[in-house]
Structure formats: C-alpha cells, structure tokens
Design a protein around this ligand. Structure first.
Ligand SMILES: Cc1ncc(COP(=O)(O)O)c(C=O)c1O
Length: 448
C-alpha cells in the first residue's frame, strides 16, 4: 500500500468530519464499507483510521467500531433563524413565542417603575432572596421537594447551571454518565472541559437500571446526568417508580446526580423529582426558557445544603450574578400566576402540535405532550444527507448523530414549537413528509 493512499483516505475522512457529514460522536463506516465506497482496500481504511486516532480525530472501541471525536458544534444542531417567513425551523426547542409576547411586554412594563438602586447593584448569594423564591416556587410546582431560598441558586439559564455544576463537581479526565442519546449542550460542555462521557442505555421509561448499574461499576463516573421529563432528544418521560430505582442506585454508588428537569412543566401531572430521594447527592436544574422565553436566561439550581457554598463560589467566579432585572420580571410573572398560565398554554399547544404530527407523519411510538419528536427516517435516507437535502428546501431539522454518545442512529429530532403559525407548521411538515418519501440518487452516500 502506498503511504500516499492512506493519507489521502484520512484527508477525505477529515473533510467529511469538517463538513458535518460525519458529525461528532457518530460512528464511521466499517472498513470494508468505506473501502468499497472509496475504491480501496479495508487495510488502507484501517491504516487511515489508525492515523486519525493518533491525531485524536477518531476513537476506536473493540467490538463497537470507530467514532468521531471532537467538539459537539451546537450551531450545527440548533439553527436560531430569524426569518419565520422563508424558513421552517424544526431545529430549536423553544416555546411558541408569539403566544408569550403580550405577557412579557406587560411584565416588563410593570417592573420598570420598581427598579431601585438595590435592584441594580451587586447582590449576595447568587441573587436576591425574592428572586431565589421564584426558583423555589417554579420547581416545587412541577415536582421538586425541599427547595428553599437558601439552597436555590440563580444562573444564566439551565445551560450555565450545567456548565457550573460540571466545573464544580468534576475535573478534566473524569467520567460523566449521561443517557446514551442526550442533549448536545451537555456533550459540548464535556468536550470543551475535557471530561469523558459514557452513555447509559435507555428504554421507553428512560435510563435503564441495569445499564446504569453496569456503568457505575465499570466506568466509575463522578456524575450522572438525567433529563427525566420529555427527554431531549427521545421525548421519553421517566415514571416515578423508575426515578426511585435510579435514585437508589446513585445513592448506593456515592456519585452526584444532576437532574436537568427543564421540560418538567410539560407533564400533565407533576412527577416527583429524582432529587427528592437524594437530598444530599442531587442537584436539580430548571429554567424559564422553555415555558416563557430563552431570552430571560433565568435558571435555577437546587443544591444539597452542604454544597451551596461551593456552587455559589463557582457562580461568583464565573458570572458574579445573573441579571436581577430579568429575575425581577420573572418574579412579576410568577407572583401574578402568569408564568404558570403561560406554561399551561404552551403545554396545550404542544399537545395540539403532537396531534398534527400524528396526522401527517404517523411517528411510532406516538408522543403526546413534549415539544419535539425523535423521528426514525425511512431506510433509504441517511440522516446527514436528509438534513442537507431538507435545508435546501428551507426545512431546518437536527440530525440524530449530534445527540448520540458513540452509537449510530437513523433518527432526526424535530422541534414542534418554534414555528409560530399552525398553518406554516402544517405546510413544513407536509414538505418534510414528501422529502422522507422521496427516493432519489441524492439519498445515496456522497461520492468522493
Ligand atoms: C435538556 C436541556 N437542558 C438545558 C437546555 C438549555 O436551556 P437554557 O435556555 O435554560 O439554558 C436545553 C435547551 O434546549 C435542553 O434541552
């Protein structure tokens, strides 16, 4: 084999990684498959993979294959479009904002006259007591027990909370256990902070106890992260009985739990938080982004009492405090009850959108309540190819590979709420369905 040949194959693979055709954490094709496609031998492909492994571009696991390493680029998963008129944005998980605008305008107006010197200065303990009370009430409404103004801390949204907690609870090289398909924001933090990630298998009730037990014993993670309600991306909600078992396993292993319950308000009835069984090991995270607006950047951590000072020190060192002005608006919305009404309205809207998805796409299994669906593509579509073809028709969807912790997936994630008008939403879904049903040469893998 000439040296030039395997270097050339390695470069081809790198250009595919760079273009997003092989996204971070996705599995590369088996040697023989890529060899056939690139008109070379499996030995040459193996040598190219080895070279890329030496350069930390890919990682091989015995019996599981070779996977792309690297930073999870959130901008490739989530497209924050500004043009609702020409694009169909199925990529971003946010509330239907047109329904919340009037209430937000009203809350800002009511808040303006109450701006005092105390409000616009620096505050102690991650923020004012009245603002921490917002987090206590919000989380308690949707299933968290034991939150107080002393143990509830304020962050710039849940993303900031996750980053602060991982920074505080782990160090570079430590392992974090997550659901085997998870929110790319978690993968991005781990990748930037150089933490290892291991996936825990899931079933229709979320993370499975057997897989968690195995991961706890073999990989010895420092932290387990669970998204228990309307999980991103699978849409699965963990019932109370499973939550109790997961809590028991975590308690017995003496690891930390980060419970990211940002979609908890979408449950038709509150489900007890896993943290309720783990007052000394569980960090509960939530925010107002999904029910009210991501622009508020109001996030909350309920920490074990003994950990409050440590987390506070990290908040101070990173941001000093979250904007009290935004929290003042949040306080107005929560104390008037408007926040809970908006949450309920978005919940109903999500149900209506799920019904429309049933009519047009017939996904299996059906979802009922969440903001998104995890959609299996027909066999003739490869997810990256589908995402690219959809984008040509201004349909923005998220490839499943960005959510996968080293496992192949033939799914995409569709957000149902970021298109404001129902008519546009139906139109976009109908176009997506037509594309899914299309067989063209463009569904075949790229030629080099
Ligand atoms: C599971 C999960 N956690 C956290 C976040 C980030 O939320 P925030 O806007 O509060 O930072 C998201 C946003 O999509 C999410 O899906």
């Amino acid at each position: 084999m000439s040296e030039a040949k395997f270097k050339q194959i390695a470069e081809t693979i790198i250009s595919r990684i760079t273009s997003g055709y092989y996204p971070p954490n996705s599995k590369l094709p088996p040697h023989r498959v890529l060899a056939d496609e690139l008109n070379t031998t499996p030995v040459t492909v193996a040598k190219a993979y080895q070279r890329l492994a030496e350069q930390n571009r890919v990682e091989s696991f015995v019996g599981r294959g070779t996977f792309v390493c690297g930073e999870s680029k959130l901008s490739q998963v989530i497209h924050a479009s500004e043009d609702d008129a020409t694009e169909f944005n199925f990529s971003i998980l946010q509330p239907c904002l047109s329904h919340n605008i009037a209430a937000l305008q009203d809350a800002f107006q009511k808040t303006a006259p109450r701006i005092t010197p105390q409000l616009i200065g620096y505050a102690e303990h991650s923020g004012h007591q009245q603002h921490r009370q917002v987090g206590v009430e919000w989380a308690a409404r949707y299933g968290l027990a034991g939150g107080t103004v002393e143990n509830t801390l304020l962050t710039d949204g849940a993303q900031n909370a996750l980053a602060l907690l991982l920074e505080a609870l782990t160090k570079p090289g430590d392992t974090i256990a997550v659901e085997s398909l998870t929110y790319p924001g978690i993968l991005a933090i781990a990748s930037l902070m150089r933490r290892e990630v291991i996936g825990v298998e899931m079933d229709e009730n979320g993370m499975t106890p057997d897989s968690l037990q195995q991961v706890l014993q073999t990989a010895r993670p420092k932290v387990v992260i669970v998204v228990p309600s309307h999980q991103n991306p699978t849409g699965v909600t963990m019932p109370a009985a499973r939550r109790e078992i997961i809590a028991q396993l975590i308690r017995d292993s003496n690891v930390w739990l980060i419970e990211d319950d940002i979609y908890g308000f979408l449950n038709p009835e509150p489900i007890p938080a896993i943290c309720n069984w783990l007052p000394e090991q569980g960090f509960h995270v939530t925010s107002l982004s999904k029910a009210i607006s991501p622009a508020l950047r109001c996030g909350f951590i309920k920490a074990p009492d003994a950990q409050v000072d440590t987390i506070n020190a990290h908040i101070r060192a990173n941001i000093w405090l979250s904007s009290p002005l935004n929290y003042q608006v949040a306080a107005e919305l929560v104390s008037s009850g408007t926040a809970f009404e908006l949450a309920q309205r978005q919940q109903r809207l999500a149900q209506q959108r799920q019904q429309i998805v049933q009519e047009i796409l017939h996904p299996a299994p059906p979802h009922q309540y969440g903001y998104h669906i995890w959609l299996k593509l027909p066999q003739h579509w490869q997810p990256e190819r589908f995402v690219q073809e959809a984008a040509k028709q201004h349909l923005l969807v998220s490839s499943g590979s960005y959510f996968a912790v080293r496992q192949p997936t033939d799914h995409i994630r569709l957000s149902l709420m970021s298109i404001n008008s129902e008519a546009r939403f139906r139109e976009g879904l109908t176009q997506l369905k037509a594309l899914m049903d299309t067989y063209t040469t463009s569904t075949l893998p790229f030629q080099v």
